[in-house]
Design a protein around this ligand. Sequence first.
Ligand code: GLA
Length: 632
Amino acid sequence: MKRLAVAALLAATTLASSANAADKPLEARGTWSVTTRGSAPLPPMGWNSWNAFGTDIDEEKVIASAQLIVDSGLAAKGYRYVNIDDGWWAKRRQADGRVLIRTDNFPSARTADGNTSFRPFTDRLHAMGLKAGIYSEIGRNSCGQIYGDPAGPGQPAGTMAEREIGLYGHIDQDIALYFGEWNFDYIKVDGCGIRALAADSPQVKSGRLRALDPLIDYDTIPRTNIPAVKGLFDQVGQALSRNKPGNDFVLSICLWGSADVRSWARTLGNLSRTSEDISPNWERMLHNLDSASRRELYAKPNSWNDPDMLFIGSGEFDDAHLTEARSHMSLWAMLNAPLIIGFDLRKASPAMMGVLGNAQVIALNQDAAAHQAVLAYDGDSVQIFTKTLADGTKAVALFNRTGSPIDVKLIASHLKYRADQPITLTDLWDGDTKSFTNEMPVHLERHQTLLFKASGTREHAQGLYLSEQPGNVNPAVDGIVHPMADPMVYRGLLPWRSTKADGEHPVYGGWGGARADATPFAQTPKIAGKTYHNAIGTLANSRLEVRNTGFSTFTTLAGIDDSVADPTARVRFSVHADGKLLKQTGWMKPGDAPAAIAVPVKGAKIVELVAEGNRPEMQNVAVDWAEAALDR
Ligand code: GLA
């Protein structure tokens, strides 16, 4: 009897707490809400066929690059996933829905019974010490089928139904085949089929492909069915968990920043594309970089921002553009972007292999502390990124975005190092070492990135600012109610469209997201007339989860940012340790001096920072956790 009552009480509590989680998103719960599905504790590294070959792929090409990855020593440096992209499907067999492989291009996939199998191919890669990746599509038809040349290479053939090789309606069956039977380790899942096949699309009107009412309106966030898109990717994740024992898989979400994927990718996938496709030209690289570079708080161990694959070796990143190739590599490394080579390595020169294989640069990307770089200086012509490393030192990248040389200054405070103590820099491309105090003039050639490892005396010797450890700060709720397009992304000439439209209007949701050392709208944090260079900027109605890696005290100055124009806005701030309230301020108004908070957090795993607003929708109300730090 007593036992029953306890069980009933427990059940009721569980029900109540899961109801609270949905109804009360600001309620502290003491958990870290980044997905535990899949395995990408550090950014995945490897190779993918798309940038090198498009849909014109075959086994020989893939294995040749795989062999070179091993033989050149790149595998030993961490490149281990070898991923085939679009172009491998023959058709979906109608009798049983099984997807068949193009055996003319992948001869080892031939089987006596006609079923076809990638198992010999994945076995071969595994025997080489590599991991194997496959590509699919969340809709019925792949991007290549929709946007590529229907008569081009790599297109599935047969009836309309046979050509429906995407996961839509077949998630469990296909994932069981790819992972259970064929033993892949990694899957990239695209979304063109849920974006482009409205009844009035040319592909449907021509009778070539079947209509699928788009879930994603790529140009209009409010017309996108975000929960439905998320639901489909969740089903993929669940199927992966079922079919890959040991959780050893990677789910790469390829939604190009649409469907507000920025806000939910961390709960479902191991990497998530932040933009449309990269091209081998400078302007496009800037575009892709910008789509991820201000999302430093949205990259976490097991879920990374993906500004798309490397284009090193091609176009404006080839041998004649070594400076540009090094910049591309340096920036992707600093951003903790997945390092996925997109080049036919049979054609790679020693110089290109040197760029891809620079062990010091790779080490930044794979650093165990796993913090995406933060913008210490953010301009249209020059940007300075800094990254806190596991050994207590920092990396700094000074990046000239323009086509002309520029002279700039690196100052101690960019690194949050003391200006009165020496700072030592080691150049990670040429090995040179130099020292300076206070500030150092730096000459940047056109398109150049100077990349240094830096050591100095920390300004905040007693601990770490939260903005120095973005990998440990998770915006579980960032206050965005209506996702808005990010206006900060470089809009170059779209290589595949030139000026045949009215300009580029990327609709990558994310504007207003939480930031390190900036407000959500890219201003310098300021409270009651005072500027703060160390802060987490977020919106009212937000909850940040902070992983405490052994610190004893949390301190901050919390307040409404001076950029807020609404005099009726009220916010109260609270700090929690493992779900327990430690401190709550009164309701504060714009212009109020910040509230000083210092609370003991020793032994707590998760510190939560909640900024509760006086209305449900306060997307224009920026707040600052100024000088927020965890101290010893
Ligand atoms: C989309 C993706 C690319 C590539 C192609 C294949 O465009 O963004 O990375 O996978 O599809 O068709």
